[in-house]
Design a protein around this ligand. Structure first.
Ligand code: FAD
Length: 454
């Protein structure tokens, strides 16, 4: 798995150095929003995949609607400004591979500022930072782990833990945390070597000063969208039309783009008639979401002495560890990330337990007086978000091919999209975005091509 490489650890090369000048965007014309009746296509879900699909359909001149169950749009990429009074990304924050990420390219037209992630990350060993030699040791272990996973994947698609070198020594639990719970929200024992080794590089990252979710919301502003409108059922008995039911009205359409997470898909929250094909159901089950959450603490006076947007791991001996992201975009917000089985159990105990863990973990690394500096606080609980139900879809051992299956159109008219359908950029906003565009292209083709030149 190449989420964090030697190169990215040492110096995440700055694809975007200085903050580009941000031009105020022209307000997009308010779209006409169909409330019911016939549309060319229905997009279910307004996360990254749904928004990308909607923009593609709009560009092709199609009459469509995007239906979103939640009050807010963005799905797992959403920015909150109320909790701390500054942008706080409750889900995705890193704009990976910013030099090729379509979202980064669209930022100027959305009127937001993108800046490069600072180079390098640090490692805490108890109350001190790792020395150069120790860091070298860790990086060498990480490289060996990645190489062993990729080598194993070429032979057969086993669990990542089976592939790990036996001699990772004292770095093993840390390597396992970085690649597993932190990197893909599951323990390495639950993750396919083929999936992890195919995952795209995540260096050259950038951040959006106004929040990644803000960028996504701005890109959705001109779409015909109904929020707080959960799709209850999708019926496709008739060859001529599909019926999509919501509590607010029924749509009839020729094509549906379904972008809900794999956990929502397998939850039965959307009634499909005929049923979701067994093939797709099994694929979604093998791509179930893991657990990853942010615990965000407002720490006044920079008691940890961190730079802006600094990422710190801990050399750990146990699964009860986390990653620390300091002073988000120059603010006083520090985010502690938990994930995997430990993160899942912690999140099940509730927000107070998550915050207690984060404060005591920081206390162990930086001194107990950290807790006196904590002002406002918040913890996400993605497993409990009713329209998402988890974090990221790392494939189970042996199940990398499930992504391709999940992306197969159903009856030639229902197209599944979303991060889980992307073969290499799964678990990312840009992967979800690509998948939405791909599904929309298929729908435009099905509808006989673009309706007008744009
Ligand atoms: C804690 C966390 C941190 C992450 N960090 C990063 C990161 O730094 N960088 C990165 O690139 N990625 C990150 N990710 C992953 C990234 O957020 C996701 O891969 C991406 O946002 C998924 O987009 P999507 O459109 O596939 O799905 P979603 O965002 O889940 O969108 C699906 C939408 O469908 C809606 N929906 C569900 N059911 C219905 C229904 N019945 N009717 C109508 N609408 C419905 C949902 O409300 C949701 O809005 C992170 C994820 C988490 C949880």
């Amino acid at each position: 798995m190449r989420y964090l490489t030697r190169r990215s650890f040492l110096a995440s090369a700055a694809a975007l150095t200085a903050a580009p000048a941000v031009a105020a965007p022209r307000p997009a014309p308010a779209p006409e929003v169909p409330r019911s009746g016939w549309v060319d296509a229905v997009v279910v879900g307004a996360g990254a995949a749904g928004i990308a699909a909607g923009r593609r359909l709009a560009a092709a001149g199609k009459r469509f609607v995007v239906l979103e169950a939640a009050e807010d749009i963005g799905g797992r990429c959403i920015t909150d400004t109320k909790i701390f009074g500054v942008p706080y990304d409750r889900g995705a924050h890193w704009i990976y591979a910013a030099d090729i990420n379509p979202l980064a390219k669209l930022a100027p037209q959305a009127g937001v500022e993108i800046y490069a992630a600072p180079p390098g990350q640090r490692m805490r060993i108890g109350r001190r930072y790792a020395r150069e030699g120790e860091m070298e040791d860790f990086l060498a272990s990480l490289v060996r782990a990645n190489t062993a996973i990729a080598d194993a994947a070429r032979k057969s698609d086993v669990a990542c833990t089976q592939a790990l070198p036996k001699d990772l020594g004292e770095w093993r639990p840390t390597v396992e945390f970085v690649l597993g719970p932190y990197g893909c929200s599951k323990e390495l024992a639950e993750v396919s070597t083929a999936d992890l080794s195919r995952a795209g590089e995540r260096d050259n990252s950038a951040f959006c000063r106004q929040g990644f979710g803000t960028l996504l919301a701005k890109l959705a502003a001109s779409l015909p969208m109904l929020s707080a409108t959960p799709v209850k059922s999708i019926e496709s008995w008739s060859r001529a039309r599909i019926e999509v039911d919501t509590p607010k009205g029924q749509f009839r359409t020729a094509a549906v783009i379904l972008t809900v997470s794999t956990n929502v898909l397998t939850s039965g929250k959307i009634k499909m008639a005929p049923d979701l094909p067994k093939r797709h159901l099994e694929a979604a089950t093998k791509l179930k979401l893991g657990s990853r959450d942010h615990v965000a603490l407002e720490l006044t006076g920079n008691p940890l002495g961190l730079r802006s947007d600094e990422l710190v791991f801990e050399r750990t001996e146990s699964k009860q560890t986390a990653a620390l992201f300091g002073n988000m975009s120059g603010s006083t917000i520090c985010v502690i990330d938990v994930g995997g089985s430990f993160g899942r159990d912690l999140s099940a105990k509730g927000e107070a337990a998550m915050i207690d863990f984060a404060i005591s973990w920081l206390g162990g690394l930086y001194g107990t007086d950290v807790k006196n500096a904590v002002k406002r606080r918040h913890a996400t609980r993605w497993n409990n978000e009713p329209w998402v139900l988890g974090a990221i879809s790392a494939a189970a051992p042996g199940a990398q091919s499930a992504r391709k299956v999940l992306a197969e159109p159903i009856s030639g008219r229902i197209f599944l999209a979303g991060e889980a359908t992307h073969e290499t950029r799964w678990g990312t906003v840009n992967g979800a975005w690509d998948s939405g565009e791909r599904a929309a292209d298929a729908v435009v083709k099905l509808l006989g091509g673009p309706s007008r030149r744009t």
